[in-house]
Design a protein around this ligand. Sequence first.
Ligand SMILES: O=C(CO)[C@H](O)[C@H](O)COP(=O)(O)O
Length: 227
Amino acid sequence: MKQINEQKQLVGEAAAAYIEDGMMVGLGTGSTVYYTILKLAQRIKAEGLNIQTVSTSKRTTELAKSNGITVLDLNKVEHVDLTIDGCDEFDPLLRGIKGGGGALLFEKIVAAASERNIWVADSSKAVKQLGKFPLPVEVLPFGHTHVLRTFKNEGMEAAIRQAPDGTTYYTDSGNIIIDLYLQEINDPTALSLWLNSIPGVIENGLFINIADKVIFIKDNAVQEMQR
Ligand SMILES: O=C(CO)[C@H](O)[C@H](O)COP(=O)(O)O
């Protein structure tokens, strides 16, 4: 079995092959798409590609710019050809959980603006049913304890995400994240609609009808699944 980091590099680099000269590319966030960004920088230099990008996080913007990739403001861009991003789980219908890295809101906005979306995933990400990975919900700080209470009243195990130093974690938009420990999500569409109907909830980490293709590792090899 290949090490997880080697798997991330394999799928991350494989996805970069789908980027064509002249494209406007959405850059996801995380340790897998990290390799896509490095490979893209390499291809731009080696092949003289004309590529512009939009980013899904401050982290990704810094990484891309420091590797010589042009990053534009999404508001100034009319069309995004292809977004490449990671995921925390994906199921056989290519529905997924995202936001483990806290970038779900910008990731969903960029994904929705994109003509095509490819996810890159190591062998730990494929599941039969979504829900083992805690589902992130981005919530406005104002009144967030009431949102937390709503979840708990529904019998859900829910916790406000902490930064590594033990303080409250804030997203790039200054919001907080409540992680839901659900184990099994029977109806992702209904859950997503319910979550987004709660005042104070900005967005949730269920990505449905978004990924067109997942590049993943199975049986120690790079494989692809298409929707
Ligand atoms: O959704 C995300 C960040 O918000 C990431 O794409 C997801 O967490 C996967 O990350 P990694 O590639 O590091 O495993």
